[in-house]
Design a protein around this ligand. Structure first.
Ligand code: N01
Length: 497
């Protein structure tokens, strides 16, 4: 057991945690540590290695603005390339030296007497702890796989694998496979599996809207231009960003404006599937945009293959050998692929972060719903900043943009607290409440509320607590500087007294 003290502890070495480490380093903060349970940088892009894993945000927008990458090989990047990019950026900034990989944080609790976070973690099977004045949570919303609560599932005797915990050594060739789920992960893995498996049953609970994916390799000339023509890459990036903001406006304020997306999706179905009954079965019954709009050219043609069956009767239970649907049909399989997403609004991570009065994030959010101030600070959790916290998610553009906005806020928090001798900040409850009331007001006309779907964007109270409504540049403006007046603060002198 070792213990040590740092100014700032960051949990998570994905896009957000790594970005925080880089920005803090650039700000001259040396006394920080980055903890991650994995073995290198990348977070969700390190962990999701299922075949076909790729980003559905164009490559030139899906990168840090301070580390643009003229070498992207395709218009949409695949997981290995993004994973390599993140590790390259980490190397270039020397963040490896500050990182404790293989460190699984089990508990973090605010100690009011010390005015610090006490953080427990295990590494190489041994328990360790550290204390930090500030805790930065960079674990992201897509880190804890969601295993469906289906009767009998734990008794299945074949192979079972979640998309986010892929077994790269398992050979699917010729196997009978069931895939549960038809979200962003499923639509990427299913076409890949469809090429090698003997037979595949795809269990669809809700058909998603899927538009064509405009993916292609970049030509040599394009890569040359990205590298050599000043501003070319930024111009492409800006163009994609601006187009996406128009989509955001449609989703938030005028869902009917998304009609062209619906037409595009219907065309995708028509082109990819021959059988009218199958076309009908994959046609969504909710407004486009209510759930994440997916992108694929291969999903519908794969469902149309002779070795693939779309199963739309709900799952009743799993047996030792297969899956039984509600109509009583049993389909035996060798392997079940679980593509059912993540614990987003009910992450087990929330149990492990404990603030003032011994209350965990789960306990506080069970009452209030998942909410924060500017997606970052939560009343009752002093000196804790969450990256990609509540209400910062997006369905239409790059999360890296939101992360960088929060990094501005983090850096200014460090600047202002240091220069003013502030050692404890806690966002005022009234400020946090007003901020979230305004968010919910903004959401009233949105497709996520009115689109007639159930989605993981909604919490158990029916509030959309995952997504940022409207334009992302509004979020950028709101996080440009750390607004001390929104917080109850204590200086070092006041704290001792
Ligand atoms: O998970 P999901 P995902 N029985 O939650 C179904 C990001 N991502 O891993 O719609 C049967 O979207 C569920 O059905 P329903 C991206 O942010 C990005 O696919 O709830 N089915 C749904 O079909 C994305 O949004 C990329 O009725 C059950 C599916 O499982 C997020 O990750 C690529 C069920 C879950 O879909 C999550 O995507 C991949 C049950 N009990 C992922 N429970 C990019 O390209 C759930 N389902 C950037």
């Amino acid at each position: 057991m070792t213990t040590h003290d740092v100014e700032i502890a960051i949990i998570g070495a994905g896009f957000s945690g790594l970005g925080a480490a880089i920005k803090l380093t650039q700000e001259g903060v040396e006394d920080y540590v980055l903890l991650d349970r994995g073995q290198d940088f990348g977070g969700t892009w390190r962990d999701n290695v299922y075949p076909g894993a790729a980003c559905d945000v164009p490559s030139h927008l899906y990168s840090y603005s301070f580390a643009m990458n003229p070498e992207w090989s395709r218009s949409y990047s695949h997981q290995p390339e993004i994973h390599r990019y993140i590790n390259k950026v980490a190397d270039e900034h020397g963040i490896g030296e500050k990182s404790l990989f293989g460190s699984d944080v089990t508990h973090a609790e605010w100690n009011e007497d010390l005015g610090r976070w006490e953080i427990d973690y295990t590494r190489d099977g041994e328990a360790h702890s550290l204390t930090a004045r500030t805790l930065v949570g960079g674990v992201g919303p897509l880190c804890e796989p969601n295993l469906p609560d289906i009767e009998g599932i734990e008794g299945f005797q074949g192979k079972m694998v979640h998309t986010a915990r892929w077994d790269e050594g398992y050979d699917f060739a010729g196997k009978r496979v069931a895939v549960i789920g038809t979200g962003a992960s499923a639509i990427q893995v299913v076409p890949q599996l469809g090429r090698v498996v003997g037979h595949m049953d795809v269990y669809q609970r809700t058909a998603p809207w899927i538009i064509p994916r405009n993916e292609r390799p970049y030509l040599g000339l394009e890569n040359w231009a990205f590298k050599n023509i000043p501003g070319f890459q930024s111009a492409i990036r800006g163009g994609i960003y601006s187009f996406n903001e128009i989509v955001a406006a449609g989703m938030t304020y005028a869902p009917k404006a998304l009609k062209p997306v619906e037409i595009l999706s219907r065309g995708n179905i028509f082109k990819g599937i021959r059988d009218p009954k199958l076309r009908e079965a994959v046609t969504p019954k909710f407004a486009v945009g209510c759930k994440r709009i997916l992108k694929s050219n291969e999903w519908y043609p794969t469902l149309d293959q002779d070795n693939v069956e779309l199963v739309t009767d709900g799952i009743a239970r799993v047996t030792e050998t297969g899956i039984v649907t509600k109509d009583g049909t049993e389909r035996d399989v060798d392997v079940i692929v679980i593509a059912t997403g993540f614990h987003v609004t009910d992450s087990p991570v929330f149990d492990t972060i404990v603030g003032v009065g011994g209350k965990s994030l789960s306990e506080v959010w069970a009452v209030d719903g998942m909410q924060a101030y500017k997606g970052s600070f939560i009343h009752g959790f002093p000196n804790l900043m969450l990256l990609i916290g509540p209400s910062t998610g997006l369905g239409h553009t790059s999360m890296v943009y939101m992360i960088e906005s929060q990094l501005n806020y983090l850096v200014d928090y460090v600047r202002k607290t240091r220069s003013r001798g502030i050692v404890r900040v806690d966002v005022k409850k009234s400020v946090q409440d007003a901020f979230n009331r305004s968010l919910q007001d903004n959401l009233k006309k949105s497709v996520w509320v009115n689109g007639g779907c159930a989605s993981w964007y909604k919490d158990e109270h029916g509030n959309i607590t995952v997504l940022w409504p409207g334009f992302t540049f509004n979020f950028r403006n709101q996080t440009r500087s750390f607004d001390v007046a929104a917080y109850d603060v204590k200086t070092a002198d006041e704290f001792v007294a």
